[in-house]
Design a protein around this ligand. Structure first.
Ligand SMILES: Cc1ncc(COP(=O)(O)O)c(C=O)c1O
Ligand SMILES: N[C@@H](CCOP(=O)(O)O)C(=O)O
Length: 479
């Protein structure tokens, strides 16, 4: 384990006075089952094919997706009120590992892992921000909230899933499983999270990045955290194919969301939203989608809360895609006829420039079961939405601009009403995407009017000149 003060919070902490976990915690368990067992079962009867979470397996026997299935009967020994109180009692504490927004829900995430194996930066517990001015002034909505998942250790929601995956790898390595490292393909955020958590636990990380397609701030993260970084002359989908081939040949553990362990951490953001609303259910939750693991993770988190009696319904989900990388949108618009991967074009929402999402089946299931909607945003729409949100005090990433565009469209069409409680999920920190904001505000984007650009005013070092400029500005504000 690292001993640097930087990673102090990653280290197991002595237990201080804190609420006790359920005395039966050791009886909770989870296993991998084929995703089809989740989608087709109307009851919780055991499926023939299942795997221990200590096995290294990403696909079912038929090549389909897997899912982590919890022993719901064991969890149901406790009622909704019990779980609500337990989770609430852990917020804002330092007791290891419950101070993490993910591990505060440990019984629902990885119930069997030892606390000593957990690698955590106390991720989660992110700000649920009341976007009062943006909502009221620009959209005529009064109950609009932005869940800032990007205000996090590595600046994106990926930390939520990565703490789970790297903790499990840490456990497997202690069990002497022959894993030489952990690898991922990435549009930037997954690699940043993977490399930070691996560095904290002294596990080698290997990342495949599409050359020249991610932001400089994202690129520098795995470099700084000591990952082995391959910049490959292809797009994300090409990198994804390569890492899948490599991880089937070498004992490198796959860290992309194809690995269903990741989604167990990501689903806690949904539980946290309910918790932050005092267990009142919002009407809408809007999530930007790329590889499409996260939309399913949100569904799973909400669905578990309903099934275990913490709430009595789930929100309607909206998945928002960039029009330049919109295979899910096209599929939805076709009435779910036939899925066709696309070749994703360049988008300012570069982290979702994905044409062949691995979790397409998971996303469709989540949307169908939440009465969901898919929307898309053009480059101009997403950049204007980002600039507008920033002008009301936020500093969001372009992906959040995609989600806000979806909200704007659904509000304009009346599908989202003025008093509907709506949560937009902000997936990464705006500081990772400053170049897109610089391009916009300096009106340097071809074929885009950048109508909300706010470039600095060049002025001579002269009192009169400064006063003239200021008077003009103040007059324009007054009018
Ligand atoms: C900032 C950001 N937003 C949204 C997404 C989309 O998440 P998912 O791939 O789970 O759909 C990603 C990654 O893909 C991302 O990095
Ligand atoms: N946006 C992602 C793309 C990969 O998604 P994953 O959830 O499958 O890891 C990234 O940041 O790399």
């Amino acid at each position: 384990m690292a001993s640097s003060p930087l990673f102090n919070s990653f280290l197991p902490k002595p237990t201080t006075a804190a609420p006790s976990p359920p005395s039966t915690s050791l009886s909770f368990s989870a296993k991998y089952v084929p995703f089809t067992a989740i989608t087709s079962s109307s009851d919780s009867s055991p499926t023939a094919e299942s795997y221990s979470l200590d096995e290294i397996v990403y696909r079912s026997r038929t090549g389909g997706l897997l899912d982590v299935q919890h022993d719901m009967a064991a969890l149901k020994q406790f009622d909704g009120q019990y779980w609500r109180s337990l989770f609430d009692s852990r917020v804002g504490k330092t007791t290891w590992p419950y101070g993490s927004g993910v591990w505060s829900k440990k019984e629902w995430v990885l119930p069997e892992i030892s606390d000593d194996d957990i690698v955590s930066a106390f991720e989660g517990n992110t700000n649920l921000f009341w976007a009062e001015r943006f909502g009221k002034v620009h959209l005529d909505v009064y109950d609009l909230w932005v869940k800032h998942c990007g205000i996090s250790h590595t600046g994106s929601f990926k930390d939520l899933g990565m703490t789970v995956l790297v903790s499990q790898v840490n456990r497997l390595r202690k069990m002497k499983r022959p894993l030489v490292g952990v690898g991922c393909a990435s549009t930037g955020d997954t690699s940043a999270a993977l490399s930070a958590y691996c560095a904290a636990a002294n596990i080698p990380s290997i990342v495949f990045l599409p050359a020249n397609k991610i932001s400089m701030a994202q690129l520098v993260q795995p470099i700084a955290n000591g990952a082995f970084v391959l910049s490959i002359d292809t797009d994300f989908d090409g990198c994804m194919k390569l890492i899948r081939q490599v991880t089937s040949e070498l004992p490198i553990y796959l860290a992309n969301s194809l690995n269903s362990l990741r989604l167990e951490g990501q689903k806690t953001a949904a539980i946290e939203i309910l918790q932050q609303f005092d267990w009142e259910v919002p009407d809408w939750v809007i999530v930007p989608g790329g590889n499409l693991g996260n939309i399913y993770a949100f569904y799973k988190g909400f669905n578990m809360c309903q099934e275990l009696g913490l709430v009595d319904r789930i929100p309607r989900l909206v998945c928002a895609q960039a029009a330049n990388a919109n295979p899910l949108y096209l599929y939805y618009k076709s009435g779910w006829q036939e899925f066709q991967p696309v070749r994703a074009s360049t988008t300012f929402a570069s982290a979702i420039q994905i044409g062949d999402p691995v979790s397409i089946d998971r996303a469709v299931f989540a949307l169908k079961n939440s009465n969901g909607i898919v929307e898309e945003a053009t480059e101009e729409e997403l950049m204007d939405a980002m600039a507008l949100a920033d002008s009301t005090g936020m500093f969001i990433c372009p992906h959040t601009g995609v989600a806000l565009t979806a909200l704007t469209k659904l509000r304009k069409s009346g599908i989202i009403g003025p008093t509907d409680r709506t949560v937009v999920v902000s997936t990464a920190h705006g500081l990772k995407f400053t170049q897109s904001k610089i391009d916009y505000h300096s009106r340097q984007i071809k074929d885009m009017s950048c109508r909300l650009a706010n470039p600095p005013v060049q002025v001579k070092s002269d009192f009169g000149a400064v006063m003239d400029v200021l008077k003009n500005y103040l007059d324009s504000r007054a009018s």
